[in-house]
Design a protein around this ligand. Structure first.
Ligand code: ATP
Length: 376
């Protein structure tokens, strides 16, 4: 679909204070109709408070929230075109699946025939066809979670708000439900707004993610942009694993922007950087963007030389720690300059790459488009 999406939720200069605590600090952002929007951040950053203000369970201390163009300031939760799925995905324990899912429609006075059809449709969507007569205690956590989802979907809200929807599930089920939720959202086309502190969840499900830090938006971007081009140190650190080095920006040679890092040398860049020559900056380098070699191997030097002048973007060090994680191995390497660097490497066939172990001397290189400069 190429049609431009319109904002369905507009948050304008919204703050929320609880006594002396500022939970949400002057946030403005748009959530687009039909997108899967994720609010991501550490515990206490204010993401749940923002979600609860969209739902109408909390009122902003300042600012306004518009849903579908309408100011929500005086609109109570039950009159908003939104529906919330709670963290605990509470379902009524004494009702079977059909009655649980049809509950909201019964309260709304919808006819029996329509309830039957809409419950059947909602159960199909969450892949619970055939479970109509089951009681909640006869179901797994993942199945109960789907009942809670169906109960919200059946109301056909314009916006579905989900508060940590997968946090009660075990790791495997969570990974599966991440796919299913994204797939479901795509099918029904309802706007989903989810809160999570789990970066994998955010990256795998979202069309766009707002990373929240101390009540403010640290960055708002699609998942790949967040990961590849973090806007600041907080986002670089919070989303994924990263090496961060301090250095000074050197722009004295045209086309040779670099960051001079004590103990590491110059990290050359082949992309634009904004910032004055000599500025104190950080360089973020993802562990999987660093290639590991037997020291002095000509191929490595040639590869690095392709996009970095004078064979730079090379480093040498000694393996001081490693953890085997199945698909990858993580290496902690002490550079000859003393700094520690973390490198991850996919575990390919043993014939395809060298094995490394503790205390091995290694060399590393990375491409000049990998490091990201963050202004301090
Ligand atoms: P978590 O992931 O732990 O739920 P969060 O990012 O969702 O965290 P919020 O629940 O929005 O964070 O809380 C933000 C801040 O506001 C925290 O410091 C919290 O203690 C405070 N806070 C939230 N609700 C209230 C309340 N009802 N009364 C007082 N303080 C509150």
């Amino acid at each position: 679909m190429t049609q431009a999406k319109q904002p369905i939720i507009q948050i304008r200069n919204v703050s929320k204070r609880f006594g002396k605590v500022t939970a949400v600090d002057n946030i403005s952002l748009d959530i687009l109709a039909g997108e899967f929007f994720v609010l991501l951040g550490p515990s206490g950053c204010g993401k749940t408070t923002l979600l609860r203000m969209i739902a109408g369970f909390e009122m902003p201390t300042e600012g306004q929230i518009f849903i579908d163009g309408q100011d929500m300031s005086l609109v109570p939760p039950n009159k908003r075109p939104v529906n919330m799925v709670f963290q605990s995905y509470a379902v009524f324990p004494h009702m079977n699946v059909t009655d649980n899912v049809g509950y909201g429609l019964r309260i709304a006075g919808v006819s029996k025939g329509e309830i039957r059809d809409r419950v059947a449709e909602a159960l199909e969507l969450v892949k619970l066809g055939g479970f109509e007569d089951r009681m909640p205690d006869q179901m797994s956590g993942g199945q109960r979670q789907r009942v809670a989802l169906a109960r919200s979907l059946v109301m056909r809200p314009k916006v579905l708000l989900l508060d940590e929807p997968l946090s009660a599930l075990d790791a495997k089920l969570r990974a599966q439900m991440q796919f299913e939720l994204a797939d479901l959202q795509d099918k029904v086309g309802i706007t989903f707004v989810t809160v999570t502190h789990d970066q994998d969840e955010a990256l795998s499900m979202a069309s766009r993610v707002a990373v929240i830090n101390k009540g403010e938006v640290a960055q708002l971007a699609p998942p790949a942009d967040l990961y590849e081009y973090p806007a600041n140190r907080f986002v670089a650190d919070f989303v994924g694993s990263v090496n961060i080095f301090e250095g000074k920006l050197t722009l004295d040679e045209p086309d040779k922007a670099a960051v001079d890092c004590p103990g590491l040398g110059k990290i050359y860049l082949n992309h634009g950087v904004t910032g004055p020559h000599g500025a104190d900056v950080w360089v973020a380098l993802r562990p999987e963007k660093i290639y590991l070699h037997v020291p002095g191997e000509g191929k490595a030097v040639r590869a690095a030389a392709q996009d970095a002048p004078d064979g730079h973007n090379l480093a040498r060090g000694t393996i001081k720690g490693m953890s085997y994680l199945g698909d990858i191995t993580l290496y902690e390497i002490q550079l000859d300059g003393g700094q520690m660097i973390r490198v991850s490497r996919p575990n390919l066939s043993r014939h395809d790459q060298e094995d490394f172990t503790w205390d091995d001397k290694v060399s590393m290189h990375w491409r000049a488009d990998s490091p990201v400069v963050l202004l301090s």
